[in-house]
Ligand binder design. Sequence first.
Ligand SMILES: [Zn+2]
Length: 152
Amino acid sequence: MSAPITPRKKRRNLQSDRKARCHQLYSSDDVIKLYEISRNTLTNWIAEGLPFADAEMRLFRGKDLNAFHARRRKRASGPPLAPFMANCFGCKGTHSLIDGDISIHPGRTPGMFRASVTCPHTRVPANKYVCSEEIDTIRKLREANPGCETRD
Ligand SMILES: [Zn+2]
């Protein structure tokens, strides 16, 4: 019933986690040389979950992965911004009415307003016409948005 607990000799196999250069790509032979291991050991590492890229197919650079996930995190952290984007004639892009400094002016049509956000690139105002319900929503989203900049 009671199996003897033998101390495992795994520590012997542990490698430095600083041996590989973060920005380099390694072939199998490079890895074998770098860690002075056998091809079998590399096969075991792959079985244990060491990720690898097939050079003929896809390679992912570390900085691309980080940037991708930073963008996803930023998108996920706030409310959806798409409905409140103002078209910008300065940089030809769109700017969120939820971020940054906005001003709201009465429009020509009763009940409609011109929401204006300053382009961070060209400093020209980007406008979006919104109704009063939308202004309420924008105000609520801006209050809920922790990244919203304060007036200077
Ligand atoms: Zn712009």
